[in-house]
Ligand binder design. Structure first.
Ligand SMILES: [Zn+2]
Ligand SMILES: [Zn+2]
Length: 304
């Protein structure tokens, strides 16, 4: 199973220095998801060979253009390419009417099954539940209604350690009860805890996408269990007042969110066009949270 994200856009409102507005192509447990769809997203997908046909879901955080204006071109291209696969879109209130109306007026009503779901999460809310992945929305704090999204790997089923089974001479017909968590009783009547036979499992991978937001206390509770965090870092901390005024975060604030959560890795992006070089933003975040990486367009980043 793949757990990786391709950065398609890493800049904030204005495209600058070859950087594009927000979009990410997420491969998560056999699923292909698009997170945000800023202008030029489909061109970036072509450039980096991310297949649009494979996308099953698009998640739009909010209706600021730098997260959303690319959706019309993408959906129209799916029409022209005779897409037949179903597509689900999740986005804030108003998105459904906007999409249908613009495509209708442009003479390109959708030719393939497309379900558009409007959400304005007030708490961590389950959106999509598949065999091995759950997707949640949660509220962010921005100038307009804005949802963050969480992609969670479901805990893999228990697998038993062969060496331990042999060591304790466990009969094959008792293996299923061990998997169910029932302890093993040997011939002497001694009780051996079921966990002793379990192979050590890695923590389930949980990816959170937080763009755009200013810091707020409840964020930490929404991020419970997160292992890789994407958090916007529009400004340096010297521009903290500007960040607050515009409903954004500084690199330091993004790193503090990672530090206060269970995240092992932080990806920062949504860089302001006032920064030609985003190196200082990464440096600032690393001072608080050392496992910080910049969202670099065209780069596949592993989710831990
Ligand atoms: Zn933005
Ligand atoms: Zn915004």
């Amino acid at each position: 199973m793949e757990y990786r994200v391709l950065i398609l856009g890493s800049n904030s409102a204005l495209p600058a220095y070859g950087r594009h507005p927000s979009a990410q192509y997420l491969r998560f447990g056999g699923h292909n998801f698009l997170l945000d769809c800023g202008e030029g997203t489909q061109i970036q997908m072509q450039r980096f060979r991310a297949k649009g046909r494979k996308l099953s879901h698009v998640f739009i955080t909010h209706l600021h253009g730098d997260h959303f204006f690319g959706i019309f071109g993408l959906l129209q291209s799916f029409n022209l390419l005779n897409r037949t696969e179903a597509l689900s879109i999740f986005g804030p209130p108003g998105i459904k009417d906007l999409i249908y109306r613009i495509l209708q007026l442009s003479g390109n009503p959708l030719q393939y099954p497309c379900e558009i779901n409007e959400i304005e999460a007030k708490e961590r809310t389950l959106l999509y539940d598949a065999e091995n992945t759950s997707v949640y929305a949660f509220p962010l704090k921005h100038r307009v209604p804005c949802n963050g999204f969480i992609f969670a790997e479901k805990r893999p089923s228990v697998s038993l350690c062969k060496d331990k089974l042999e060591e304790y001479g466990v009969h094959p017909h008792l293996r299923e009860s061990l998997r169910r968590g029932e302890d093993y009783r040997n011939e002497e009547g001694e009780v051996i805890p079921a966990e002793l036979f379990y192979k050590k499992m890695a923590d389930p991978r949980v990816y959170a996408y937080c763009s755009d937001t200013m810091p707020f206390p409840e964020l930490i509770t929404y991020l419970e269990g997160v292992t890789t965090l994407y958090h916007e870092a529009t400004f340096l901390n010297t521009e903290k007042a500007r960040a607050e005024e515009t409903g954004h975060s500084t690199a330091k604030q993004a790193a503090e969110a990672a530090l206060n959560s269970s995240a092992k890795k932080l990806i920062i992006g949504h860089f302001s066009s006032r920064y030609r070089d985003f190196g200082p933003l990464v440096k600032e975040a690393k001072e608080t949270f050392s496992s910080t990486y910049a969202a670099v367009e065209g780069r596949w980043m592993d989710l831990v």
